[in-house]
Design a protein around this ligand. Structure first.
Ligand code: SAM
Length: 282
């Protein structure tokens, strides 16, 4: 396991992932009934952008850095507020130093009866994650393989919930593992919302992932993508996507407002753009 999210915190992939995650949780808050969030690949929870790792790549400057410093239209500001308010709350001064990862973001948006289950496999990253939430009775941190653990968490006893799957994509069969885990999970919790993040690199892997969901009979599948384009002729296309099962009915239209603005602001070169596509109807 070489991947450490500290090198990438706040980058363009996190922008898409965390903007969507905050919209999902905001939707869950509409009903009083408690919900559970399960984050299978949690990372360390929150990131210090002045750390050696983060400084080495500076990726956040092309992601959250640009989002926070670019004026945005009111409708976009309203939709991004649940996410950006958590970033602002982590940085009381004017400087951006701390960036909430998916666990810290989710935790800030939870109500007193909502619960968060986090798995992280890297021993050092798990140690930091566990320390961040030590003593928090609403959060359970588990040092386990998220792919294996997911099955035992579903269905959650709250019967309302959101599963976030955000693998490191270090291995070539990550899309296959994601398809197997998601299909199995959906069979146990078919009313749950599943949100899977992926980098836009292995397009044939992505195609097979989507095809596996379709063949398994999964309904209500939405895909969202944000591409910032190629920064030079020899560089790879930069972008990422999320595939969601049972998303809130509001999400597609919200993202049709947010993604064009993000694609414009984060634009690096040719090929920048966005996609919102319902792959399988309800
Ligand atoms: N979700 C986090 C966020 O948004 O702040 C970032 C997660 S990062 C992209 C992926 C994480 O998965 C890494 O911290 C890595 O150590 C962890 N990881 C890799 N393989 C895993 C596995 N099989 N089970 C659980 N965690 C794993």
């Amino acid at each position: 396991m070489n991947y450490r999210h500290a090198y990438h915190a706040g980058n363009i992939g996190d922008v898409l992932k965390h903007a969507v995650l905050a919209r999902l949780i905001t939707y869950f808050q509409r009903k009083e009934k408690p919900f559970r969030i399960i984050d299978t690949h949690a990372g360390i929870g929150s990131y210090d952008l002045s750390s050696e790792e983060t400084q080495k790549t500076g990726e956040w400057q092309d992601g959250i850095g640009k989002v926070l410093t670019t004026p945005m239209p009111d409708n976009v500001a309203e939709l991004l507020a649940p996410w950006l308010d958590t970033v602002r709350a982590a940085n009381p001064g004017d400087d951006l130093r701390y960036y909430p990862g998916s666990p810290a973001l989710a935790r800030q948006l939870m109500r007193p009866n909502d619960r968060l289950t986090l798995t992280e496999l890297h021993p050092l990253d798990f140690k930091k994650l566990a320390a961040l939430f030590a003593g928090d009775h609403q959060v359970k941190t588990i040092h386990l393989d998220g792919w294996l653990a997911l099955n035992s968490f579903l269905p959650p006893k709250e019967k309302r919930g959101l599963v976030i799957i955000d693998p490191a994509f270090e291995v070539t069969d990550e899309f296959d593992r994601m398809a197997t885990a998601v299909i199995k999970g959906w069979r146990k919790f078919s009313t749950g919302t599943f949100a899977c993040w992926y980098p836009l690199k292995d397009i044939s892997g992505l195609f097979h992932f989507h095809d596996a969901l379709i063949q398994a009979g999964v309904r209500d599948v939405l895909t969202l993508e944000l591409k910032v384009g190629k920064s030079g002729p020899d560089t790879a296309m930069l972008g990422s996507g999320m595939t969601l099962i049972n998303p809130p009915y509001t999400l597609a239209s919200e993202m049709e407002l947010v993604l064009p603005w993000l694609a414009d602001v984060l634009h690096k070169g040719p090929g920048a753009g966005w996609r919102v596509e319902q792959l399988v109807a309800e």
